[in-house]
Design a protein around this ligand. Structure first.
Ligand SMILES: Nc1nc2c(ncn2[C@@H]2O[C@H](COP(=O)(O)OP(=O)(O)OP(=O)(O)O)[C@@H](O)[C@H]2O)c(=O)[nH]1
Ligand SMILES: [Zn+2]
Length: 203
């Protein structure tokens, strides 16, 4: 399986609402609640709808998002920073959220994509059970494969609710991950330039 396909659900496997509803009802029983009380009666169905949205990326491919490629007379860095990202930690199924910064240097023929498509691509991978490291590298690899740029940099900074509301309980702790490919990996100067734009200060 190619890295881009990792985590992609078999498209034949439809999202199973009824099964989620049964499972959530079970969990409610198991924690000692009454799933039939007023406030909880519709909860299994609500959770199923929420999961359909939260995990929609399991049925999407990166090329569904990066589907507009133009040619432009521009072959220098394009960076979209501060893309809000919400994902689900695959260890505890609780959210992690933060900011993604995605930059690339177009190839010599100046192939670029719509700016919003980079944010859409982040969502394709974020809307799956994830670890932050894999999310970061999948976004970078998809851009390399589809746009064939000279290089890509992806930086994600996020707070994991599994580390704040439970477990070690360290609110405010940020996890920063990066994936660099092509020019950004090869040339320290190019990488430093991107990092200073991302962090908003000289690195
Ligand atoms: N590398 C990585 N680890 C993650 C991510 N999200 C959560 N984790 C960690 O996954 C680990 C799971 O550890 P376990 O010991 O199996 O589970 P646990 O007993 O619930 O661990 P604690 O969170 O320490 O209470 C924890 O250290 C989490 O902080 C992520 O995106 N990347
Ligand atoms: Zn977790």
């Amino acid at each position: 399986m190619s890295p881009l396909e990792e985590g992609l659900a078999d498209r034949a496997t439809d999202f199973d609402n009824a099964r989620i509803e049964r499972a959530v009802r079970e969990i409610l029983f198991a924690i000692g609640e009454d799933p039939d009380r007023d406030g909880l009666r519709d909860t299994p169905a609500r959770v199923a709808r929420a999961y359909a949205e939260q995990f929609a990326g399991l049925r999407q491919k990166p090329e569904d998002a990066l589907n507009r490629i133009f040619e432009a007379d521009h072959d220098e860095m394009v960076l979209v920073k501060d893309i809000e990202v919400y994902s689900t930690c695959e260890h505890h199924l609780v959210p992690f959220h933060g900011l993604a910064h995605v930059g690339y240097t177009p190839n010599k023929s100046g192939q670029i994509t719509g700016l919003s498509k980079l944010a859409r691509l982040v969502d394709v991978y974020a809307r799956r059970p994830q670890v932050q490291e894999r999310l970061t590298s999948q976004v970078a690899d998809a851009i390399m494969e589809i746009l064939e740029p000279r290089g890509v940099i992806v930086v994600i900074e996020a707070e994991h609710l599994c580390m704040t509301m439970r477990g070690v309980r360290k609110p405010g702790a940020k996890t920063v991950t990066s994936a660099v490919r092509g020019d950004f990996r090869e040339y320290a100067q190019t990488r430093a330039e991107a990092m200073s734009l991302i962090l908003g200060r000289p690195s």
